[in-house]
Design a binder for this molecule. Structure first.
Ligand code: GLN
Length: 235
């Protein structure tokens, strides 16, 4: 495997800002005190130690990567040392093999199946222990998630549940089929920041924010729920 060095001036983690859950990742990085920014054009990639490809719709993000002409930039910057974490749709885009589909970036030696649990209505939450990431079980949110069905050489499984792999990594790429950014837990963002050679703020407390409601992320959405924000009724 090629030797990947993080450049000294690489200080930030970028979140690919084409489609999907961008703000939720930025919010978690902010809470960890990690420099962060949205990225969508070549010049945005200059100081990146890491890139998060968020969840969303992989077919849509794949098209936008071509439209915005940054696929090559991602591959080149990754080759020069930038680590990448793909959550859900992001994991699909990073896989070398996507069942019945054409792979996109092909940066991690694994096979993945899109929408493997069923439709949006088959989304679910659960908790699991990921020993490499945190000492306690952490909350996991699966939204029309894929299943990682196989990993190849140089890929470590971080979490296997029943018949599928839910998190894996190689030296330079992390993939999760669930959404840590939609929970109150910072453990995976911390794990990725450290993988990128960055130092997240120390957190003496348990990494899980016990006051986090499953709807907490909606404060970042433009459509505010009446129950959370008590907005006057629209006419
Ligand atoms: N089902 C989506 C896809 O195939 C992924 C869903 C997600 O990112 N939550 O791209």
């Amino acid at each position: 495997m090629a030797l990947h060095l993080v450049k000294n001036n690489s200080v930030a983690i970028g979140v690919l800002d084409l489609q999907g859950g961008v703000h939720e990742h930025l919010d978690h990085l902010e809470r960890l005190g990690i420099a962060h920014k949205k990225v969508k054009s070549e010049s945005d990639f200059k100081d990146l130690a890491g890139l998060i490809i968020p969840g969303g719709e992989s077919s849509c993000i794949a098209k936008l990567l071509n439209i915005f002409e940054i696929k090559k930039t991602i591959l080149n910057t990754h080759r020069d040392g930038m680590k990448i974490w793909g959550t859900c749709a992001g994991a699909i885009l990073l896989a070398k093999k996507v069942i019945n589909e054409t792979p996109c970036l092909g940066l991690i030696n694994m096979e993945i199946e899109r929408n493997s649990f069923g439709s949006q209505l088959d989304s679910f939450v659960k908790e699991a222990l990921i020993p490499a990431v945190a000492a306690e079980p952490i909350p996991l949110t699966f939204i029309r998630a894929p299943k990682i069905t196989k990993v190849g050489k140089n890929v470590q499984i971080l979490l296997k549940i029943e018949d599928y792999i839910a998190a894996a990594e190689n030296e330079n790429v992390l993939v999760t089929v669930f959404h840590p950014e939609l929970t109150g837990c910072l453990a995976l963002h911390r794990y990725f920041a450290i993988k990128c050679g960055l130092q997240p703020a120390s957190n003496k407390q348990d990494c899980i924010d016990r006051h986090w409601k499953s709807s907490s992320w909606t404060r970042l959405a433009r459509i505010a729920s009446a129950e959370l924000f008590q907005q006057p009724e629209r006419r």
